[in-house]
Write a new protein. Structure first.
Length: 99
């Protein structure tokens, strides 16, 4: 299913990067980050559209994300799963008490 499922949003990031004034070291460093973000967005879109194979976006994401950011995301998912498990467990205990 080839196409721009995200309306080629990465090109907007590239356009911004190319147009804003890179007048300081910090702005030039930010432009480099935007380049990485645009690459990751591009690769995600192409994977989701079927133009790239599953997982081909991972190198671009790993280049952009630090291991601690990836670990933080995994921890947040784990915490959400624990909260949901606790909710279901409480609901089951309530149902068992009513029976």
């Amino acid at each position: 299913m080839s196409g721009g499922s995200y309306d080629y949003a990465y090109s907007q990031v590239e356009r911004f990067r190319d147009q804003f004034r890179q007048t300081s070291l910090e702005r030039r460093a930010f432009a480099r980050v935007l380049t990485q973000v645009a690459k990751a967005m591009h690769d995600i879109e192409w994977v989701d559209d079927g133009d790239y194979g599953e997982g081909e976006e991972l190198p671009a994401l790993r280049a952009l994300l630090t291991p601690s950011r990836i670990a933080d995301a995994a921890l947040a998912e784990l915490e959400a799963a624990i909260t949901e498990a606790q909710r279901v467990s409480a609901m089951l205990r309530t149902d068992e008490g009513a029976a």
